[in-house]
Design a protein around this ligand. Structure first.
Ligand code: URA
Length: 280
């Protein structure tokens, strides 16, 4: 029997937190925060089965339109998300798509709009353990393009831009704390980001983008705007099904492209042509 290691903890060959072993989950994985959202995800697949449910990490695998796909809940925020990405990378996952919810900070973003993040402001905390603040949290261009293509195909209203990932839901997103507590940074963050053109707040994308980029893996993010902080609207659940469908379809697009090119990175010309097609 293998001697247990404190440096790289496993239990009977499985990753200590997610409780999955090498090859158990397909290499294309959706990452919702909420374990309960796994039910919404598998409801859109042709078939599925649960692999593990340990702490906040609920893992499933299945098929969407014939393509093998997995999903693992990360829990809320950077620290638990970093653990999920670390352990999934070790067991062979190469493509991560966060699918969740977000709070819009631009006045013209309607509730239910799907936000595709191509980069994230790194207020998540966890990514600071991996790289200095100057290191960008950028999504993988081919994943962003696949998400955009998927939204177009499905006729889902979407916006593409920068999101801000925060370490907390309240002060980190300019919501007053208990008894109205705030300080200058928490009060001013929303207006500052709005002036910078940032689209929305969420809590995991920066961690996923940073780790994937450092490890040469691929990542993207698609979130339903369930809140608008400018108009003070809030509708839990709106647009979530659409965000899930976009994520599924993006996996199908990426898996097909990978099969054709043997998982070589898309050439600059391919990306250039795709961007030109999208933005004219
Ligand atoms: N998720 C967030 O992180 N913030 C919101 O306002 C809504 C969803």
């Amino acid at each position: 029997m293998e001697r247990p290691s404190a440096k790289a903890p496993t239990v009977e060959g499985k990753m200590y937190h997610i409780m999955l072993g090498p090859g158990e989950i397909p290499p294309y994985v959706l990452l919702p925060g909420d374990p309960g959202r796994i039910d919404d995800i598998v409801a859109t697949w042709d078939e599925w089965r649960e692999l593990a449910f340990h702490r906040e990490y609920r893992s499933v695998k299945g098929r969407y339109k014939g393509v093998e796909i997995g999903a693992v809940s990360t829990g809320i925020g950077g620290p638990s998300t970093a653990i999920a990405v670390e352990e999934l990378a070790r067991i062979g996952v190469h493509t991560f798509i966060r699918v969740g919810t977000t709070g819009a900070i631009q006045p013209d973003i309607e509730l239910g709009t799907v936000i595709i993040g191509y980069a994230a402001v790194r207020y998540d905390g966890a990514s600071g353990e991996y790289a200095p603040p100057e290191y960008p949290a950028a999504a993988t261009p081919e994943v962003v393009l696949a998400l955009v293509e998927a939204a177009e195909r499905l006729g889902v209203p979407y916006r593409v831009g920068v999101v801000a990932s925060t370490a907390t839901f309240h002060l980190g997103q300019s919501r007053p704390g208990f008894r109205g507590y705030e300080w200058s940074r928490s009060r001013e963050r929303l207006a500052d980001l709005q002036r910078m053109g940032v689209l929305s707040f969420e809590m995991e994308a920066a961690t996923i983008f940073t780790l994937a980029s450092l490890y040469g893996l691929r990542a993207g993010c698609v979130c339903a705007a369930i809140a608008n902080r400018v108009t003070d609207e809030f509708k839990p659940g709106v647009g979530v099904r659409e965000a899930i469908l976009v994520a599924n379809e993006a996996v199908r697009i990426l898996a097909e492209a990978d099969r054709e090119k043997g998982r070589k990175p898309a050439s600059i010309t391919t990306l250039y042509n795709a961007v030109r097609k999208l933005y004219g």
